[in-house]
Design a protein around this ligand. Structure first.
Ligand code: GDP
Ligand code: IMO
Ligand code: MG
Length: 431
């Protein structure tokens, strides 16, 4: 049975949680393969809103097994809070249906302190991280000094490893950043408690997935972040420290490419970005407020994890086409099309101009990107409220044309259009 992928096509917050929830209705397993609690995925079911940072969005569907893959970095405190909050709402979060890879790396208070200290030192040049310790935890992983969830099996080994880890981080915190040290005893005591609670969730996740796939169970990889936050392919250094793109699924879960079927790129009908870094189509003024919202709706553009207002702009088709190629999207899902209702004209970026020259691909060199100005095509808008649309025929012609323009430019079919945050506010394109 197949491995399908949900991948963010922009800078995150495209609505991956909503579409994962939609697809989970017909799936056996949903797995996170990268990132950590820097992610914030919102799922709306009737009048209930679930905000998930670590636990895959599939958890809301009974019968779906959820996996934290080896490619994730996991803050056990956040994970336990999420488990407890879901259990209180009646969701089954037992180890029977929720599993953590033994190879998942752990985030400690020392990683978080380092993330914060580094950002403070960068000042105006900061990356604008979520300050969840993501970068320092992945740095330890590649440095081969990280702490893995398998330590939850071995209380003594865990305590020793924590003391060595915190001691090493405290040297950097104090001597490089002039920051307060972290209390090693407290971290060790906290982790002893986490180990007790989380040890039953451990699994060899790659083996679990190989067996599941062999036995005909279907797997969905739930992306976190987005293609342009990818460590290799994003707007480096204004990126996250993992690989949200399709390649990251294979290493982040330990499943080979022959099982891959659908690679679903999730793209907002416009563009948003939270944190620093280049954004050629960025808008300010009235139109930015119009796209962002003022915070009065739960879906307005304010970070799920940090509450920061998101930067917003017109849809960048150059980015989207580049993402389609980076990931081999088999299809694109357009979310938040409803937000564009009521605008007379819509702009889409179809190229960049630099020193009088036209560029029609996404430059990865920040200096080049910084000198690019967006070249726009203007498309006619629509006035109707489309939040009640459920079929293509319910959409105004200009909305259908907007979607078709995206499919044509990216040479990728659009399979679904989402017209509201709720589970049922979905239009299937080829019904
Ligand atoms: P993710 O990180 O990719 O899962 O996306 P987020 O959950 O951070 O942000 C997407 C936001 O948009 C959430 O508040 C969703 O409930 C909301 N949302 C998703 N699809 C739609 C849509 O089609 N229309 C509207 N209005 N909101 C949507
Ligand atoms: P979801 O899964 C949007 C951004 C941060 C910052 C950069 C690096 O909800 O789409 P990090 O804490 O990862 O070191 O921060 O990446 N970022 C996200 N932006 N959505 C996310 O996740 C993000 N996860 C990280 O804002 O610019
Ligand atoms: Mg999000």
């Amino acid at each position: 049975m197949p491995l399908d992928m949900i991948i963010g096509a922009q800078w995150g917050d495209e609505g991956k949680g909503t579409i994962t929830d939609l697809m989970s209705a017909e799936l056996d397993i949903v797995a996170r393969y990268s990132g950590g609690d820097n992610a914030g995925h919102t799922v709306t079911v009737a009048d209930e809103i679930f905000k998930l940072h670590l636990i895959p969005s599939g958890i809301i569907h009974d019968g779906v097994t959820c996996i934290i893959g080896n490619g994730v970095v996991l803050n056990p405190a956040v994970f336990l809070r999420e488990i407890d909050a879901l259990a209180e709402r009646g969701v089954d979060v037992s180890p029977d249906r929720l599993k953590i890879s033994r190879s998942t790396h752990l985030i400690t208070a020392a990683h978080i302190a380092l993330d914060t200290a580094k950002e403070m030192q960068l000042g105006a040049g900061k990356i604008g991280t979520t300050q969840r310790g993501i970068g320092p935890a992945y740095s330890d992983k590649t440095d081969r000094s990280g702490l893995r969830a398998e330590l939850f099996d071995d209380p003594e080994g865990l305590a020793d490893a924590i003391h060595v880890h915190v001691k090493a981080k405290n040297v950097i915190l104090q001597e490089v950043y002039g920051a307060e040290p972290v209390d090693s005893q407290k971290v060790a005591a906290d982790f002893a408690h986490y180990a007790q609670r989380l040890q039953p969730y451990l699994v060899n996740s790659a083996h679990f997935l190989h067996t599941a796939i062999k036995n005909g169970r279907s797997v969905l990889a739930e992306g976190a972040q987005g293609s342009f936050l990818d460590l290799d392919h994003g707007t480096y250094p204004f990126v996250t420290s993992s690989c949200p793109t399709a390649g990251g699924v294979l290493t982040g879960l330990g499943v080979g490419p022959k099982h891959v079927d659908r690679i679903i790129g999730i793209a907002k009908a416009f563009t948003s970005r939270v944190g620093s870094g280049p954004f050629p189509c960025e808008l300010d003024g009235e139109m930015a407020v119009r796209l962002r919202g003022t915070g009065s709706n739960p879906w307005d553009e304010y970070g799920t994890t940090t509450g920061r207002p998101r930067r917003v702009g017109w849809l960048d088709l150059v980015m989207l086409k580049y993402a389609a190629n980076l990931n081999s999207f088999t299809e694109i899902v357009i979310t938040k099309l409803d937000i564009l209702s009521g605008l007379d004209e819509l702009k889409v970026c179809v190229g960049y101009e630099r020193n009088g020259e036209r560029i029609d691909y996404y430059p990865t060199d920040l200096r080049v990107l910084g000198e690019c100005t967006a070249v726009y095509e203007t498309l006619p808008g629509w006035q109707e409220d489309i939040m009640g649309a459920r079929t293509m025929a319910d959409l105004p012609e200009n909305a259908r044309n907007y979607v078709q323009y995206i499919a044509d430019y990216t040479e990728t079919p659009v399979s679904y259009i989402s017209v509201g945050p709720e589970r049922t506010q979905i239009v299937k394109v080829n019904e």
